[in-house]
Design a protein around this ligand. Structure first.
Ligand SMILES: Nc1ncnc2c1ncn2[C@@H]1O[C@H](COP(=O)(O)OP(=O)(O)OP(=O)(O)O)[C@@H](O)[C@H]1O
Length: 361
């Protein structure tokens, strides 16, 4: 069931001559779905979320909740709960008063409100914290209060704008799991904004990858990772290599490409890819699927190691590939890269036939 629908939504701010902040965005979000808007700074994520919340009205297009047009409905009529990066809590009130705020505005009776506040605090694992002052809490606890405050009004939708960016790395991981657990339990349709691709991948049912106000691709984490629509998505999600390779043969959903050393491999391709023999195809190859072999290996791509980065779980090698006329760098994430490989060494790289994917420019 579709819960939220954005149809040809654009937003232009008053400053003339600038490109639209949000440019003809079409999205449908299912009931109970955890949907993420992901993209680099300035790509229009927050503006899109603010239009769903009603803080901005679109310059063009329509927004519907459950089939009902809300494009120009005031924010307080939309029944959305919002969680912000900076928590936006009232510092002079207690935790319980903060959480109760939305209930007070809605004139919920005292006893009922007290019960619901206690329930909401239990839901975010802050039982008993009601009487505390906000400044007596850690950042992670404050963000959970903000979440409780958004949930206590039983919103039809939860809107979260980079809620974890003020937390340190470990707390960010813990809190993201917590947010997802609470969202699953309550079944509230949620739209989440982040520029952190790992966070988006870990949390989302589906992700819309945005760039310059436009949606580049919508898909599950696995789809955007394994079948990126274009070179931007391939490079933004994870750390993919995008190689330009000549096409030797074409089929409906795969093409055969010629490697720098002369060998040929198959790469999966989206239907209607439109490539022909002799064209150059852009092929995305995830670092972790490339294997390092001997430079003497006849069907491997030869190259010279330019950098070695040991990260614990994997070793990232950056390799300058010998492609004759073009200078291509390939990043390899090897789980068991031999320790003896160092900068300047010659290596062979083998691309995995079943893991290559053709992307649009
Ligand atoms: N109130 C505003 N007035 C004018 N321009 C704005 C306004 N809000 C946003 N913009 C512009 O719209 C574009 C999109 O901004 P937006 O905040 O939606 O991006 P974002 O993807 O959320 O970025 P970030 O991750 O940095 O918050 C940017 O170019 C920004 O400068």
């Amino acid at each position: 069931m579709i819960d939220v629908e954005l149809e040809s939504v654009s937003k232009r701010f008053a400053r003339s001559g600038e490109a639209a902040a949000v440019d003809d965005v079409n999205l449908t979000i299912g009931a109970g779905e955890f949907f993420t808007l992901l993209g680099p700074s300035g790509c229009g994520k927050t503006t899109t979320l603010r239009m769903v919340a009603g803080f901005y009205f679109p310059s063009d297009g329509h927004i519907r909740f459950g089939g009902k047009d809300v494009t120009r409905l005031a924010p307080n009529k939309r029944e959305t709960g919002m969680v912000f990066q900076n928590y936006a809590l009232f510092p002079h009130m207690t935790v319980a008063q903060n959480v109760a705020y939305g209930l007070k505005v809605r004139k919920v009776g005292r006893a009922d409100a007290a019960r619901r506040v206690a329930e909401a605090l239990a839901e975010v694992h802050l039982d008993g914290y009601g009487p505390r002052r906000i400044d007596q809490l850690s950042g992670g606890q404050q963000q959970r209060v903000a979440l409780a405050r958004a949930l206590v009004i039983r919103p039809r939708m939860l809107l979260l704008d980079e809620p974890l960016s003020n937390l340190d790395a470990k707390l960010r991981e813990e809190t993201r799991a917590e947010i997802r657990r609470i969202q699953r339990e309550s079944g509230t349709t949620s739209i989440y904004v982040t520029h952190d691709q790992a966070e988006a991948m870990a949390m989302s049912d589906r992700i819309a990858v945005m760039r310059s106000g436009q949606v580049q691709q919508v898909g599950t984490p696995r789809e955007v990772y394994h079948q990126p629509a274009n070179a931007f998505v391939a490079r933004f999600i994870g750390r993919s290599n995008v190689l330009s390779l000549p096409v030797a043969a074409v089929e409906a959903t795969r093409v055969q490409v010629v490697l720098p050393g002369g060998g040929q491999v198959h790469a999966g391709a989206p239907e209607g890819h439109g490539l022909r023999v002799g064209d150059s195809a852009l092929v995305s190859a995830r670092p972790e699927y490339i294997s390092v072999v001997s430079p003497a290996d006849s069907d491997a791509i030869g190259g010279r190691v330019a950098a070695v980065e040991f990260t614990g779980m994997t070793t990232h090698l950056t390799v300058d590939v010998d492609t004759g006329d073009i200078d291509t760098q390939v990043t390899v994430a090897a789980v068991d890269a031999p320790e003896r490989i160092g900068v300047g060494d010659r290596v062979g790289l083998r691309l995995p036939a079943d893991r290559l994917w053709v992307v649009r420019p």
